[in-house]
Design a protein around this ligand. Structure first.
Ligand SMILES: Nc1ncnc2c1ncn2[C@@H]1O[C@H](COP(=O)(O)OP(=O)(O)OP(=O)(O)O)[C@@H](O)[C@H]1O
Length: 392
């Protein structure tokens, strides 16, 4: 074994709570998804399964590999790690190597685990902590702080191998993409809907993104923004081959503008859901996702959401329902969708001057022209499909 080989350890959370068969299946899927991200980004590395986590070997750039793997649904953390023999001497000298980039003035802690019989190793995890702790103090002159360390040296000593790391990347958690069947997500490219789409991907769903082109009320910039936000999150799952379904709905919006005033936005949402349902039927999806959040807009009061979703038989998932805007914005920034989402796209507004905040279903239905949903279904069938590729 090369004493200072570097690997990236990948930790998962909920996958570990599954029965052994399910867990093995999910681990394999996670390996495939991780490998796809590395290949897509032309990062050297081979993903492998070992004990209760995954490992990337044969890497050139440990930090880039750890950062890339930490973007993948199902991953809780990643750590670039040095590998050595499971002896106290080897662990101590490898730990000394790790101190070379210890930041000036940074306090530290050692967090060591030893797995296997004490007889096999001939030392305990306390021994590891004591010996490596002295080594770090000696090499850096920095203080130990067990409660709030600036840097933690994490050491895992297994039967055959020890892994040491000083850097952790936090992942999104959730479940590997592909563990759930498809859902259709309505994506406008604003701040919320890309985050909502990601939330379903994070829980393992394949997502079919649908952008409804509002014709003169939308525009090329608006469409480009929606596609770019999806492209950004699709990079986290290049093997899912996500493609944006673009539905030309200018005629339906014109019809709405001509016929409905105060409840127009609600009918527009209902049209969008009818379109999404049509795509869901074609794609064998189980549900529809939106970026709506309770009370964020007049069309998103509890009562209005109920009126909206009465337009379709599919379950409508709203993963952002109870989240505050500041929290959604923080996630959009982490995902990298925020900048595109906030580009000014100059689309004209469909919103009426006095929007209804508590409409009744009967009143909304009474204002809708008879052919409204037929036009929506027709538009859905005229959709074009935009491939995204991985990093293309
Ligand atoms: N042009 C569109 N195409 C597809 N879905 C849309 C479109 N406009 C709105 N939606 C869906 O309806 C939800 C609520 O619409 P709303 O007008 O609040 O969105 P927005 O402010 O344009 O964008 P976002 O909700 O993404 O911030 C969106 O989260 C999205 O799921």
């Amino acid at each position: 074994m090369n004493e200072t080989a570097t690997v990236v350890l990948v930790g998962y959370g909920e996958v570990g709570t599954k029965s052994s068969n399910v867990r093995a299946k999910m681990e394999r899927l996670l390996c495939t998804n991780l490998q796809a991200v590395l290949d897509d980004r032309a990062l050297a590395g081979n993903v492998d399964r070992t004990w209760s986590r995954l490992l990337v070997r044969d890497i050139d750039d440990p930090e880039a590999v750890a950062a890339a793997c930490a973007e993948v649904p199902g991953v809780v953390w990643t750590r670039p790690s040095l590998v050595c023999e499971p002896t106290l001497d080897a662990i101590v000298s490898t730990c000394r190597e790790l101190t070379t980039d210890h930041p000036d003035g940074a306090s530290f802690a050692i967090d060591a685990d030893r797995i296997g019989s004490a007889d096999h190793h001939g030392f305990t995890s306390r021994d590891i902590e004591r010996e490596t702790g002295s080594t770090v103090v000696e090499a850096t002159g920095e203080p130990v702080d067990l409660d709030n360390p600036d840097r933690t040296y994490r050491i895992e000593c297994r039967e055959e191998t020890a892994y040491l790391s000083a850097r952790r990347f936090d992942g999104p958690g959730g479940l590997p993409l592909g563990t759930q069947r498809k859902t259709v997500s309505l994506v406008s490219g604003g701040i919320d809907s890309p985050v909502a789409t990601w939330e379903l991907m994070r829980r393992g769903c394949e997502v079919v993104p649908v952008y409804v082109d509002l014709g003169d009320f939308g525009g090329a910039d608006h469409r480009a923004r929606a596609i770019e936000t999806v492209r950004t999150i699709a990079r986290r799952a290049p093997n899912a081959n996500m493609r944006v379904h673009v539905v030309p709905a200018g005629d339906v919006v014109e019809r709405l503008m001509d016929t409905i005033e105060d409840t127009r936005m609600l009918s527009l949402r209902r049209v969008m859901l009818v379109i999404a349902a049509e795509v869901a039927a074609d794609e064998h999806a189980h549900s529809i996702v939106t970026g709506e959040s309770l009370g964020q807009k007049s069309s998103q009061t509890g009562g209005n959401l109920a009126v909206t979703e009465a337009a379709v038989d599919y379950p409508v998932h709203r993963p952002l329902l109870t989240r505050d805007k500041t929290d959604i914005v923080a996630t959009a920034r982490d995902l990298g969708t925020y900048d595109d989402s906030t580009l000014p796209v100059g689309c004209e507004r469909v919103a009426p001057r006095h929007p209804e905040t508590n409409a009744s279903l009967a009143a909304v239905e009474a204002t809708e022209p008879d052919d409204l949903f037929d036009l929506a279904v027709e538009a859905a069938h005229k959709r074009t499909v935009v491939p995204l590729g991985g990093s293309s």
